[in-house]
Design a protein around this ligand. Structure first.
Ligand code: FES
Length: 137
């Protein structure tokens, strides 16, 4: 492993995540109360960029199907949840044929997504030296 400087602490405010590309790897660094954690920036379900999701304490939620991961370990906590909300409500004002087609599409997508396994994320050790952040690649 190689220690690589990736960012400055001030570049990542508390409660935020940033996307970085380092040595050909996509990495997300999260600032949880001035503690920094780095994971591969790809969801273990269908590869959405986790840094585009939300961070609540040490839990990152994927923006695509809402799987959650622990940023301190990269472990899957829950999910995914393929569809949120009621698809019928979303398309309620559309013509009946459109509603029927959208429901069929949603059901088909849900069936496809249900069988896709979701994996833990690789994580990287973050070292802080002054204002600089380093990760072991
Ligand atoms: S891509 Fe993240 S939960 Fe599906």
């Amino acid at each position: 492993m190689v220690l690589v400087k990736v960012a400055k602490k001030v570049d990542i405010p508390i409660g935020k995540m940033v996307h970085l590309e380092v040595d050909g790897k996509e990495i997300m660094i999260a600032n949880v109360d001035e503690k920094f954690y780095a994971l591969e920036d790809r969801c273990g379900h269908m590869n959405a960029r986790l840094s585009m999701g939300t961070l609540a304490n040490t839990v990152v939620t994927c923006p695509q199907h809402f799987a959650t991961f622990d940023v301190t370990t990269g472990k899957l906590i829950s999910g995914p949840k393929p569809m949120q909300g009621n698809v019928a409500d979303i398309f309620a004002k559309c013509p009946e044929e459109v509603q029927k087609t959208m429901m069929q599409m949603a059901q088909s997508m849900g069936e496809i997504q249900r069988v896709i396994k979701t994996y833990n994320r690789p994580f990287y050790e973050v070292k802080v030296d002054g204002n600089n952040l380093f990760i072991n690649i």
